[in-house]
Design a protein around this ligand. Structure first.
Ligand SMILES: [Zn+2]
Length: 470
């Protein structure tokens, strides 16, 4: 049985990096992500170092371009990794943008260095179409990898590894990466693979189920209606990539439908006055790439396109680029009563432009914070989510801010499968794995999912080894 070592992402939600040892001279790396929030230790710099031996690593496979899956890539290259970086075609387009941003924030602002680095990165990227086998090791052993759609963000994949041992014995290992939820906007839902011996399964929402799409869309619409009535701003902390585009897609739909059914709700003119502001040059660039990658959108999105709508590029949508424009926008929205939705990073309120909005508007009850993504333990986002609804406060940059603004959370836009979705991923395989390694989840989520998986196997009269955070 092939051995799997976790260099992050086994005990917490961030820092995903898994090594599959093929033999004494060959191994594969799946993802190379950054630690964030509570998962980042005091000695954060040490976590950035690549502390394991990379001499046997023949290839790095990237499941998707979120920073907690690719953020340590600059350090891996700095440590001398020269092998192929295998990813899907959309990921290959998105990855250089993510890495450029990560370099600017964490590494250097030296433009020449960044350019040289990007050239090296692009020379190592090998993009492979979904569903096609790609050989990574051939000889005494043979190992191939295949990417399948994971429905989490554009380009996201789960990875099937087909390995043949020297004695001819075959083994299949699957890395789920982050799995999307069914009925997510824009992306087709993931389909389960045929089967495998070992599965490395994410467990972010291993202990809960999401409300259905209609319900979360109603919650989103209600939050905006309140903003329209109060003359307030809905602040949405969101990852620049994935969630921002999903939200824009959903907002376009809500505004479109509200315009058509104006008799039953607020007048059409009020909806038309609503500004949707993406305050992030990075998110704006991602949105552009998303627009270029329309062939990877799902059927519903294709239908909207065919009917002449522009789900990611509509009339009320504004982008804020420069820092000066950002500061003006914060002041403008805090002082005037213009209803608006602002989408800005970071998704967990741990830095980024969203912080200035929070500082300016948390103390005013006209405004609202709308969480659409997972808030990691130890992040300001988690504190606002927990204490905000009870009129609490949060500490930002060493200063105390009272929370009078409304706080709403919608878990359905998490872009992660819920407990049912994770169980279905296994259940719908024809050949169930005998070993499941749970990763990418907090202890309570992993434990709950382990219990459910064991019960599911027991109902079929079968056993399973569920490895929980080791
Ligand atoms: Zn992700």
């Amino acid at each position: 049985m092939l051995n799997i070592t976790h260099h992050g992402g086994a005990k917490g939600v961030t820092g995903s990096c898994h090594q599959l040892t093929l033999d004494s001279e060959h191994s594969l790396l799946i993802d190379c992500g950054l630690f964030q929030g509570e998962d980042a230790t005091e000695d954060a710099f040490q976590q950035l170092q690549i502390e394991f031996d990379i001499s046997t690593v023949k290839a790095l496979v990237i499941t998707h371009v979120h920073i907690d899956h690719v953020g340590r890539l600059p350090y891996l290259l700095a440590a001398g990794f020269k092998g192929p970086i295998i990813c899907s075609i959309p990921s290959a387009k998105l990855l250089p943008l993510v890495i450029e941003d990560a370099l600017k924030i964490g590494f250097t602002r030296n433009a020449q260095f960044i350019e040289r680095f990007q050239q090296q990165l692009e020379s190592q990227i090998i993009s492979v179409p979904y569903g096609k086998w790609h050989a990574v090791v051939e000889g005494n052993i043979t190992t191939r990898v295949k990417l399948k759609r994971a429905g989490h963000i554009l380009g996201s994949s789960y990875v099937e590894v087909a390995h043949q041992h020297p004695n001819g014995e075959k083994e299949r290992v699957i890395f789920s990466g982050d799995l999307g939820a069914p009925y997510a906007p824009l992306l087709p839902a993931p389909k389960s693979p045929y089967g495998c011996e070992q599965l490395v399964l994410e467990s972010t929402y291993g202990d809960r189920n999401h409300p259905d799409r209609r319900q979360r869309r109603a919650t989103l619409k209600h939050a905006i209606e309140q903003a329209l009535t109060n003359g307030g701003t809905v602040m949405v902390p969101a990852f620049s990539i994935g969630r921002t585009q999903e939200l824009l897609y959903e907002l376009e739909g809500i505004i479109y439908d509200a315009g058509r059914n104006a008799k039953r709700g607020l007048p059409k003119s009020q909806w038309q006055a609503l500004e949707i502001i993406v305050d992030s040059p990075l998110a704006a660039r991602f949105t552009q790439v998303y627009r270029q990658l329309k062939p990877y959108w799902d059927n519903e999105a294709q239908r909207r396109l065919r009917s002449g709508r522009h789900p990611l590029n509509f009339d009320n949508l504004y982008t804020v680029e420069s820092h000066e424009a950002h500061e003006q926008t914060v002041a403008y929205l805090a002082n005037t009563g213009r209803p608006a939705v602002v989408i800005a990073a970071s998704g967990m309120c741990a830095g980024g432009r969203i912080m200035n909005y929070l500082k300016a508007m948390l103390g005013d009850e006209r405004h609202q914070v709308l969480f659409v993504g997972y808030q990691g333990a130890g992040t300001p986002g988690r504190a606002i989510q927990q204490y905000g609804p009870r009129g609490g406060w949060v500490e930002i940059d060493g200063q105390r801010f009272d929370i009078k603004a409304g706080v709403t959370s919608i878990s359905g836009y998490s872009a992660h499968a819920d407990q049912k979705g994770l169980l279905n991923f296994v259940k719908r395989m024809r050949r169930w794995p005998h070993t499941i390694h749970l990763v990418h989840g907090e202890q309570t989520a992993r434990s709950a999912l382990k219990r459910e998986l064991e019960a599911m196997y027991a109902r079929k009269g079968r056993g399973v080894k569920v490895v929980n955070g080791e």
